[in-house]
Design a protein. Structure first.
Ligand code: NA
Ligand code: NA
Ligand code: NA
Lengths: 378, 121, 121, 378, 121, 378
C-alpha cells in the first residue's frame, strides 16, 4: 500500500498550512464581493480565483514552472498587462466633456491631493510597531488614492511588488465602494443650495479637437514628465485609435478582446501575489486604512476645489462634480449625478462630472509619473 | 526617530512638488485646449452632422459593427475603411425601429408558442 | 522480467488506488450536490423566470450579445453590467433575425443608392 | 553559376529525407481527416499543418529561432495552452444536467477505468521487442482513455513530451471515432429492453447551485488532490466566469477569441512534435492500439456501471448513458441519444447523457491528477 | 571599386537566378492549376449552389455569423459544426417581418423628418 | 528644494536630444499620413506612435525593461508577428480569380522584377559617399518592391534589422501611394486601345480547387524553396482554414481579433526601430528613393508582361491588370479597374485584376525566400 501513503502525502489536507487556508478564505471573500456584491467583478473575480490557486499546497502555481508564475513574470513584473489595459481604457474614453469644459481639469488635479496626503499617512504608520514602509512602499500605497486600477498595479509592480496584492485589493475594493464612501463626504462639504446648482449645457466638440487632444497630452508629458509616458502614452494611443476614426478595427479590438484577455490574466497574476506571507501581516491593515483615507481626502479636495472655483468662475460650477475628480470612471460621475438629482430633480450632472472624472485619470497617471521620477530612482 | 523626521520632510517636499506639478501640468492642458484646440475647432469644423459629443462613456456599437462588417483585404492584410458610409447609414433610429419590431415580434411569438404548447398537450 | 513483474504490481496498485480515489472523489461531489447545493437551491431560489437549465451545451449567443452591447467604461477600464436586463430580453433567434434583416435592408439600400447615383449622372 | 548551385542546395528536393516525406504524408492524412471526414477539425487541421511544417528540411520550424519552436516552448512545454483551452471549455460547460442528477457522477467515475486498465496494457507492451514504455510513458498513453484533448496534451507534455505527438493524434482521432467505436459496444452490453428505458424529466437547477458548484469542485480538489488543480482549477475558473453572470465579457472572450487563438497555436505546437524520429517507430503503433483499447474499456465500464446502478436505483437509468461517461463532450452524449432513439423512438436521452458526459471531464482531470501525483514525482 | 564590380556581378547572378526561379515556380503553379485542379473540379463538382467565387476580396460575414452562433462544446472544448442546419434555417418569415417593419418605420421616419425640418425652417 | 531640481532633471526638456525631437516629428508625420491622408492607417498609426514613444528620453521604451523592447524582442526579432499577420492575410484571400485564370500568375511573376532590379540600385548607391549597403541590406531594401508589408518586415528583421524602420516606412507609404504612382506609368506604357480591352467573364471555381490550391502551393514551396515556407506556409495555413469550411471559428479569429491584436503590437514594435541613430542618415533617403524605383519598375514590368501575353494569348488580356501584379492587395486591383473604366465605361477589370494581385503576394513571398536562401546564409 505504498501508493496509498504516497497519495495521502500528496493530498492538500496533509500539506495545507493555516496561512494558506486563511488566504483561500480571503480569495473566497473576493469572489463573494465580485459575484454577490458586484464589486468590480471583472478584476476581483479572476483576482480572487488567483488568490485561491496561488495558495494551493503542492500545486506550485506561483513557483517556477507554474501557470501563475509565468503569467506574473510575463505580464505584471514587466508592466505589460496594466499598460495594455490602459490602452484599452484610452480607447473607451471620450474626452468630449473635458474639452468642452477644460476648467474641470483643475478638479482632477485637486483630487490628486488624496495621493500625496496619503504619503504622509503611510510614513506616519512607521510609528506603529511591525510596520515599516519605505518611501517606495508609501508611494505605491498612496496611488490607491488615484482610484485607477491599472495605474495602481503598474506603480506597485515597479515600486513595491511585495505589496502589490494588498494594494490591488484595496484599490479595487474602494473603487467599488465609491457610492458608499463619497456621498457622506459630499453632503458634509456642500450646502444644499450648492448641490442644487444647475450647470450650463456643454458646447459641442469637433472631431479635430478630439484627435489632437491625446497627441497634445502626450507631447506635454514628454516635455515635462517622461516618467509618466508609459501610462499616458498607451492611454493616448488607445484614445487616438478611437478618435482618429481610421483604425476602428484596432480600436474595437483594444476595447474588447484584447482588454478582456489581458484582464483575465492580470487578475490571475495579481491574485498570485496574495500569499499568506505577503498579505497576512499588519501592513495590509495599514494599506486598507490608508486607502480609505486616500479616497476620502481625494474626494474632499475635489469638492473644495470645485467650491473655490465656483466662487471665482463666471459660469456656475456645482461642487458635487469635484468629487468625480478622483477618477473611478464612470462610477464617481454617476454618484455626483445621483446626489445632485436628489437635491434638485432637474439637475443632470452626469455629463459635467465626466470632465473631472476623465481629468482624474490623467491626473493620477501624472501623479504616478512624479512618484516614479522622484522616488523610483532613489 | 531622526530618520522618520527626515522622511516626513522628504514627504512634505514630495507632496508640495507633486501637487504643484500636477496643477501646472493640467493647467498647461487647460491652456492647450483653450488656445490651440478651440482655434482648430474653428478652422476645421465638423463637416458631418453634429455629434452628441460630451459623453465620457464609450458607445462601442459603431466600432463593433465596423469590426464585423469590414471585408476587404489590403496591403497590410487588413480591411480598410471603404464601407464607412454604409456603416454610418445604420443610424440609431433604424436601431430603434428594429427594437420596437422585436417587441412586437416577441409578443406575437409568445402568444403563438403558448398556442402551440397547448396544442401539444 | 523481474522488473516487468514489479512494474505490473506497481500498475495494479496504481489502478486500484486510482479507481478508488476517483470513485471517492466523485462520490464526495455527489454528497456535496445532494447536501449542500440542494439546500442552497431551497434557500436561494431563482427570482427570475426559470431557466431551461439542464443542458451541457453552451448557448453562447447571450454572452456574445452582451459582449457587444456593454458600453460604459468603469474604473478598471471595462464595461460594467448595467444592461443585463436588456440583454436577457434579447434572445439569439431574434438577434439573428435582425442581423439578416439588416443585411437585406442594406442590400436594398445599396442598390437603391446605385440607382440614385445613376439617375444623378 | 554559383548561385544556381547554391539555389539547388537550398531546395527541398535536395534535402528531403524519407522520414520527413512520410511525416508530411501523415500530416496530409490528418488534414484529410480534418477536412474530408470532419474529424475534430479544430485541432487536427492546425496539427496536421504543423506536422507538415515541422518536417520541412532547411526551414527549421522546430529548431532554435523557428516559429514552431517558439510556440511549443511558450505554450505547450509550459502547459499554458492546454490550461487556457480548459478554461474556455469550462466557460462552455453547463453542469445543470449533472447537478440535477448527481448519481451520474458515478458513471463518469466508472468510465475512467479505461484509463487505469490501459496502464496495464502499456506496461504489457514492453514484452514486444522495440517497445519500452516507462511508467510515465504508460500514464501519458493511458490518459487517451480520458477522451479529453487538453487533459491528454497537458499530461503528455508533463510526463512524456517525446510521445506527445502520437498521443495527441490518437486522442483526437478516437474522439472523432466515438460514433463508430461506441455503438457496437453499447449493443453488445445492453439488452434491447434496457436500451428502451425512458428516464424521468430532470429537475430544474437554480443559479446559486451552478455558481457554487465549480467552487465546491475546486475545494474538494484542493483538499484531496492538489496535483489536479491546474486542470480542475482553470476549468472551474471558466465555469465560474460563465455562471456568475457578472463577467460576461470575460466569459465570452474565454469561449471565443481566446480559445480560438490558443487552439491555432496549440495545434501547430502539437504538430511540431510529429517528427519522423518521434513518430515513425513501433511505439506509435502501440499507442494507437492502446488508445482504441482505452476507449473501448472506458465505454464498457461506463455501461456496466449504469446497468448496475439501474438495478439498485429507485428511478430507472438507461445503461446507454453510461457510455457518455468517457467524456468526448458532446459527441458521446449524442451517440447515446441516437442509439436510444433507435431502440425507442420516444426515448430522448441527450440531456440525461450530458450528466455523465461532463462528469467524465471532471473524472479524467482527476485521473490525470492522480497519475501526476503518483507517477510524476518518481 | 573591385569589390563593387564583384558585387554587381553577384547581383546580376542573383537577379537572373531569382527571376528565372520566380517564373518557373509560378509556372509550375499554372501547370498545377491547369492539370490537377481542373481535373479535381470535374471529378468533385460543387454539390451546393454555385458560388460567385472569383473575388479576391473576403466576405467575412458568413464566418463571423458562424463564429457567433456555434454553440456546442466538443471534445477539444470547441464548438463543432453540428447546428449548421439550425443556423441556416433562420426562418425567412421572421426576416421578412422585420424587413417590412423597418420599411414602414423608415417611411414614417422620413415623413416625420421632413415635417421636423420644415418646422425648424 | 532638492526634489524640484530632481524633477527638472527628470523632465523631457532637460534631456531631449535634437535627433529624438526630429524623430518625434517623423512619428507625427506618420500619424498625419495615417489619419489625415488615410495612408495605410492600420499600420502607420501604431508605427508612428511607436516612433514617438521610442524617442522619449528617460522613459526607456526600447531599453531593457521597456514595453517596446519586450514587444520587439518577442514578436519582431523572432518573426512571429509578421508570420501571424500573413496567416490572417491568407485567411482573407480568395484565390478564386487566380484559379479561374492561372495565366495571371505570370503577371505576378513579372512584377517581381521590381524587387530584383532594385538590388542593382541598392548596390549602386554604394557609390554615394556615406552609404554602404551590404548584399543583405540591398535584399531587405529591394523587397519593398514586393509591395507586401508583412513580407518586407519579415525579411528586414532577418537580413537588416537596423534598416527595418526605414524599410517599413517606405513599404507602407508607397503601398498607400499606389493610386498616385501607378496611373501615370499605366498610361505611359499602354495605348488607349489596349486600355479599352474588355476581358471574358471568369469561370466559376469549385470548392475542391480552392481547398487543394493552398496545399499545392505549400508542396511546391517545400520541394523547391523551403526558405520561403515560413511565409508561404503560414499564408497557406490561413487560406486553408478559410477554404476548408470546417474551422470557421479559427478562420474568423485569424482574420479579425488575432490579426488586429498582432497589428497593434507589430506597428508599435516596428516604430521602435525609428530611432534617430537608425533613421536620420543618408541611407534612409536612399531607401526611400529605391522604394519608389522598385514600385515603378514592378508596375512597369507587370504591364509589359501583360502586353506580351496579350499578343500571344487566345483570349484577350487588358495590360492594365499587369500593374496589379505588384500585390498591394486590393488597392492595385482597384487602380487597374479605375483606369480601365476611364478608358471604357463598360470595362470592369476588378475581378480580373485580383488574379495578378494575389499572384503578386505569392510572387513576393517566393522572392523573399530566394533572397533568404541565397543571401541570408552568406
Ligand atoms: Na485618478
Ligand atoms: Na473523460
Ligand atoms: Na508582391
Amino acid at each position: 500500500m505504498l501508493s496509498l501513503n504516497q497519495l495521502w502525502q500528496s493530498t492538500g489536507i496533509a500539506n495545507l498550512e493555516p496561512g494558506q487556508f486563511i488566504m483561500m478564505l480571503v480569495g473566497c471573500g473576493l469572489l463573494y464581493l465580485a459575484i454577490g456584491k458586484k464589486f468590480e467583478p471583472l478584476l476581483l473575480l479572476p483576482m480572487g480565483f488567483g488568490a485561491i490557486l496561488t495558495n494551493i499546497p503542492i500545486a506550485g502555481f506561483s513557483e517556477t514552472g507554474g501557470l501563475l508564475h509565468y503569467i506574473y513574470g510575463a505580464g505584471i513584473s514587466t508592466g505589460i498587462f496594466p499598460l495594455v489595459i490602459f490602452m484599452g481604457v484610452g480607447a473607451m474614453t471620450d474626452f468630449g466633456a473635458l474639452i468642452a469644459n477644460p476648467k474641470t481639469l483643475f478638479l482632477g488635479a485637486a483630487a490628486q491631493f488624496g495621493i500625496f496626503a496619503t504619503l504622509f499617512g503611510a510614513i506616519a504608520l512607521n510609528l506603529v510597531p511591525g510596520i515599516e514602509f519605505t518611501l517606495k512602499d508609501a508611494s505605491a500605497i498612496a496611488i490607491i488614492g488615484g482610484a485607477d486600477g491599472p495605474t495602481a498595479i503598474y506603480l506597485a509592480s515597479k515600486l513595491a511588488p511585495e505589496l502589490l496584492g494588498a494594494i490591488a485589493v484595496a484599490a479595487y475594493s474602494y473603487m467599488a465602494l465609491v457610492p458608499i464612501i463619497q456621498p457622506p463626504i459630499m453632503r458634509l462639504l456642500t450646502t444644499d443650495k450648492e448641490r442644487q446648482i444647475e450647470m450650463a449645457q456643454l458646447r459641442s466638440v469637433t472631431k479635430i479637437e478630439k484627435i489632437i487632444f491625446p497627441t497634445g497630452v502626450l507631447l506635454l508629458t514628454i516635455l515635462f514628465l517622461p516618467a509618466a509616458t508609459p501610462l499616458v502614452g498607451m492611454f493616448c494611443l488607445g484614445n487616438l485609435m478611437r478618435e482618429s476614426g481610421v483604425v476602428d478595427r484596432l480600436s474595437s479590438t483594444a476595447q474588447n478582446e484584447l482588454i478582456n484577455i489581458t484582464t483575465i490574466f492580470l487578475g490571475l497574476g495579481v491574485g498570485s501575489k496574495l500569499s499568506a506571507h505577503a498579505f497576512l501581516n499588519i501592513k495590509t491593515l495599514g494599506i486598507l486604512a490608508l486607502g480609505a483615507v486616500a479616497f476620502s481626502i481625494g474626494t474632499a479636495s475635489g469638492i473644495l476645489m470645485a467650491r473655490l472655483m465656483n466662487r471665482f468662475s463666471q459660469t456656475s460650477i456645482n461642487p458635487l462634480i469635484g468629487a468625480a475628480g478622483v477618477s473611478a470612471v464612470p462610477m464617481a460621475a454617476r454618484v455626483a449625478n445621483k446626489v445632485g438629482l436628489k437635491a434638485n430633480p432637474h439637475n443632470f450632472l452626469l455629463m459635467h462630472a465626466m470632465g473631472p472624472n476623465v481629468a482624474g485619470v490623467l491626473g493620477s497617471a501624472v501623479a504616478a509619473g512624479i512618484l516614479l521620477a522622484l522616488v523610483g530612482e532613489s | 526617530m531622526e530618520d522618520l523626521s527626515q522622511a516626513f520632510i522628504d514627504v512634505a517636499h514630495l507632496m508640495l512638488t507633486g501637487m504643484i506639478f500636477v496643477f501646472c501640468f493640467l493647467g498647461l492642458l487647460v491652456i492647450f485646449i483653450k488656445v490651440i484646440l478651440s482655434k482648430l475647432a474653428i478652422r476645421f469644423p465638423d463637416t458631418t452632422n453634429l455629434q452628441p459629443a460630451h459623453s465620457g462613456i464609450s458607445l462601442r456599437s459603431d466600432d463593433t459593427a465596423s469590426g464585423l462588417s469590414e471585408t476587404a483585404t489590403s496591403q497590410s492584410g487588413l480591411p480598410g475603411h471603404e464601407n464607412n458610409q454604409q456603416k454610418n447609414s445604420l443610424s440609431p433610429h433604424i436601431v430603434a425601429a428594429i427594437t420596437s419590431a422585436i417587441k412586437q415580434y416577441r409578443l406575437q411569438d409568445a402568444s403563438r408558442k403558448k398556442q402551440t404548447s397547448k396544442e401539444e398537450e
